[in-house]
Write a protein that binds this ligand. Structure first.
Ligand code: HEM
Length: 221
């Protein structure tokens, strides 16, 4: 039996999710206030924001499979908050890079982005996140239309692959366990989607003697 909250309960759930998503930022503020960032504060902030960008990316990708498995369709209503928080932490992550690593010197930043491949890949992922964040509102959905909006938001799959590459590339060979764990999670979440698309597809009826060009045709929604 699935849980279906009424409007009041859904607002409470949304507010709780919002507050939980704020916790990593609260940790940063608390660390700044108590000066408790460990031996290398800049590295701590950079890693913390990078990790939470990736965590929220994965949590956002979990919404659709979870909804399908539990039939709790209201879960979709949490996706926007999760996605926007992913963008929020990605922005903090980028700011920590341009502020701590390069003191906001534009030419230095540009040089580093083009010189270090893992930075290039991270930056590409960030650029791809911008249109998704900018269109995460009702007006944009109405203006673009559902289909175009969905197509645009499919970029989240590419972003999650770039995030994996970024994480692998920046890690030492002796510390590949976490990047591997994140990559397995991304593979499972994308693999589920591929399987669902195949499951929803129906074979095109074959005319005798004619080789079909398309093997699968999507079921009408
Ligand atoms: C979707 C976007 C991104 C994700 C998911 C992401 C994720 C991560 C993760 C998981 C880490 C490692 C944390 C750890 O070691 O515990 C990291 C580190 C880092 N990222 Fe990103 N990142 C993104 C975008 C960017 C961008 C835009 C830049 C800069 C242009 C960047 C630069 C860095 C740097 C410099 C480090 C630290 C490397 C080190 O410790 O030596 N990342 N990122």
């Amino acid at each position: 039996m699935s849980f279906n909250p009424d409007n009041r309960q859904l607002s409470q759930i949304k507010a709780t999710v919002f507050l939980i998503c704020l916790l990593p930022a609260v940790r940063l503020l608390w660390g700044a206030y108590t000066e408790d960032f460990g031996a290398d504060p800049e590295e701590f902030v950079q890693r913390w924001t990078g990790t939470w960008t990736f965590n929220l990316l994965l949590i956002t990708l979990c919404v659709t499979p979870l909804r399908a498995m539990t039939q709790m369709h209201w879960l979709t209503r949490l996706r926007r908050t999760l996605g926007l928080f992913c963008f929020f932490y990605a922005t903090l992550h980028l700011l920590s890079f341009i502020g701590f690593d390069h003191g906001f010197a534009i030419d230095e930043i540009a040089k580093d982005i083009s010189k270090r491949p893992f930075v290039t890949v991270g930056f590409a992922a960030f650029l791809l996140l911008i249109p998704l964040a900018a269109t995460s509102n009702n007006l944009a959905i109405r203006k673009l239309g559902g289909r175009k909006w969905q197509e645009l938001h499919r970029n989240i799959y590419l972003i999650s692959i770039l995030a994996c590459v970024h994480y692998f590339w920046l890690s030492e060979v002796s510390a590949l366990l976490w990047p591997l764990a994140y990559a397995v999670a991304v593979a499972a979440l994308l693999g589920w989607r591929v399987r669902e698309r195949k499951r929803k597809a129906i074979p095109v009826p074959q005319i005798q003697g004619v080789k079909p060009l398309t093997f699968f045709k999507k079921k009408p929604d």
